[in-house]
Ligand binder design. Structure first.
Ligand code: SF4
Length: 597
């Protein structure tokens, strides 16, 4: 395995994934062998194995089932599904069956919130786990039928595009954006991206044209070259962040499933503009099922001269894309953590500055953009910046893809011009009797039903695209609790405020949710939440308390009502005990008495 990866330490995660696939575990002996073959210290290998939740040092069941722990899967009955499967298979969660045939555990969101309850079997996504389907799964496992012989419909993932606007409604033909890019000069195409005012669609919203230009003309190049000219010999990289781990988000899954060519086209346009020769698609491990079809799209693009050497016959325009799989670490969605992972390390966020755009993969200028950003960039290259910027708001041009799920009749993908109101979205997706909406996933904001006139736009509510609807049957504290457990689980452990703080928040919220909290606990929850927000190293820690703080602010009465009630029955008569003192002092006025109330 190590040989197949060219003994390249940057491929360490891919190597370990393959070892696990082959031997159902990454045993200490296997780790030692990998370390020796790569010529690295064993601690480096161990550290990586420990970091990624999909890597196991103990044998996994031959059928390894992981049920999604996402809030939307809970709402669709995932806990009951897991209990039912355990019963039918004769196992307990977290403990493989004695014959080694099967094991079941829980995992963070699998990106199938629109078709849950969902899970993974040997890494492959399996949606809609109904009672009937779990009966069949248990039978197949008990009969030891290989996964490849299971009914195909078990693994069928629906596209679920419900509303298309100018991007989804105007797909780009393979090569179309590149032809136009090559027909224009570089500055004209940079100008189109600038005119579009496209902002990164991962949530942070940085101006895409600026990012690409910084990469092309970054500080190192500016020192040695005239303005607007890149330095010869400096390698640059283009990375597509497909580590879509925010619970409630699945739009990138749909884009990669249905429009991968356009995403790769956007990456190639970017590569041409910034002068990159190598690109990566960092695909979250949960989307393993997309891997082969994405490789097929890349192979077709190479055959048609849209990737590889001299793209579309343009001498010197060489670019190719490699797919790298993650392994169950939400933090790798953070761009510098993602780059660490690409380099074969633990996905720990780097100190910034310097930013990846100037010091990214292998310390070289690197553009990291979200799947939707590259998808939009390809359309802009074809239709122009003005076409894109015609819709939206002043600071949020174009359209945004939303992943809508939860308590609504029509979950799926909806494309809206920026500026759409929450009310409009709720109406379109068939939500009724709404309690609130979680915008932007657990790290975003919980809005109450009184805030439906707020708008999705950087001026009001910025979002990466997750939109989870909750109706009035849902428990606000239960929602905040699920999200807080998620962050405590996904904290990478690098900095103390987040590592310890998220665990403390989780424990305190559990105590309150179970009815054992006191008034002081609410004050402590708020104080601790604000501390974790201000003192953490990266975005995960800085937003981990959002679910608590935003629900506490909107629903203080719900938290208050959950506190422990104490019926106080005095066992000691305090005022009576003072009777002797009153007699001796000769006082019997009001101030010489104590109230028991
Ligand atoms: Fe890791 Fe959390 Fe610190 Fe980010 S804030 S570096 S996730 S421990």
């Amino acid at each position: 395995i190590v040989e197949n990866h060219g003994r390249d330490t940057r491929q360490l995660l891919s190597i370990l994934r393959e070892v696990q696939h082959e031997f159902r575990q990454v045993s200490p002996e296997a780790q030692q062998k990998v370390a020796e073959s790569l010529g690295v210290c064993i601690t480096q290998v161990r550290a990586v194995v420990d970091f990624y939740s999909f890597l196991s040092t103990v044998p996994l069941g031959k059928f390894d089932i992981r049920i999604s722990d996402s809030i939307t899967d809970h709402m669709l009955g995932s806990r009951e599904v897991a209990a039912g499967l355990c019963r039918k298979l004769g196992i307990q969660p977290g403990e493989p069956r004695q014959d080694g045939r099967v094991g079941l555990s829980f995992t963070s969101c699998t990106g199938l919130c629109d078709q849950g309850p969902a899970g993974l079997i040997n890494g492959y996504a399996i949606p809609r786990l109904t009672e009937d389907r779990t009966d069949q799964i248990a039978r197949l496992i008990n009969d030891d039928i290989p996964l490849g012989e299971w009914p195909e419909e078990f693994f069928a993932i629906k596209e679920n595009i419900r509303l298309a606007d100018r991007l989804l409604g105007n797909p780009v033909r393979p090569g179309e954006a590149l032809e136009r890019t090559l027909a224009l000069d570089r500055e004209t195409m940079f100008g189109e991206i600038e005119t579009s005012q496209l902002r990164g669609r991962g949530g942070a919203g940085f101006n895409t044209a600026w990012k690409w230009r910084f990469c092309y003309e970054g500080p190192e190049t500016a020192a040695v070259c005239p303005p607007g000219q890149p330095a010869a010999g400096i390698e640059r990289y283009v990375v597509c962040n497909a580590d879509e781990g925010e619970p409630g988000t699945f739009k990138d899954r749909v884009l990669l499933q249905s429009c991968a060519d356009q995403v790769f086209e956007g990456m190639t346009v970017c590569a041409y503009l910034v002068g990159a020769k190598q690109g990566f698609l960092y695909l979250r491990g949960e989307y393993l099922y997309l891997h082969d079809q994405l490789e097929a799209v890349l192979a077709a693009r190479r055959r048609h001269g849209l990737l590889g050497k001299s793209i579309l016959g343009r001498e010197g325009f060489d670019f190719d894309i490699e797919i790298r799989l993650g392994a169950g670490a939400y933090i790798c969605g953070e761009e510098s953590a993602l780059i660490e992972s690409l380099e074969g390390n633990r996905g720990v966020p780097r100190n910034r500055p310097p930013y990846p755009v100037t010091h990214g993969y292998l310390g070289k200028p690197t553009v990291v953009n979200n799947v939707e950003t590259f998808f939009a960039a390809a359309a802009i290259a074809v239709h122009g910046g003005e076409w894109f910027a015609e819709v939206g708001t002043e600071k949020s041009k174009g359209t945004k893809l939303l992943s809508i799920c939860g308590d609504c009749a029509r979950p799926g993908i909806y494309e809206y011009p920026f500026g759409v109101t929450i009310r409009q979205v709720l109406e379109d997706c068939g939500a009724a009797d709404v309690l609130g909406v979680q915008i932007g996933g657990p790290s975003g904001t919980f809005l109450s039903d009184k805030e439906c006139d707020r708008k999705l736009a950087y001026e009001d509510l910025a979002t990466g695209g997750s939109f989870i609807v909750f109706d009035r049957t849902r428990d606000v504290i239960g929602i905040a609790r699920n999200f807080t457990h998620f962050f405590a689980h996904e904290s990478c452990g690098f900095c103390t405020p987040c590592r310890v703080g998220t665990a403390l928040l989780k424990n305190l919220l559990d105590k309150i949710a179970e009815g054992h909290g006191a008034t002081g606990d609410l004050a402590e929850l708020s104080r601790l939440g604000r501390f974790v927000r201000s003192a953490s190293h990266c975005g995960l820690g800085q937003t981990a308390a959002n679910p608590i703080l935003s629900t506490l602010e909107r629903y203080p009465e719900i938290y208050q009502a959950r506190l422990k009630t104490i019926d106080f029955e005095p066992g000691f008569d305090l005022d009576g005990a003072l009777a002797t003192a009153r007699r001796l002092s000769g006082r019997d006025d009001a101030n010489a008495h104590l109230s028991q109330s």
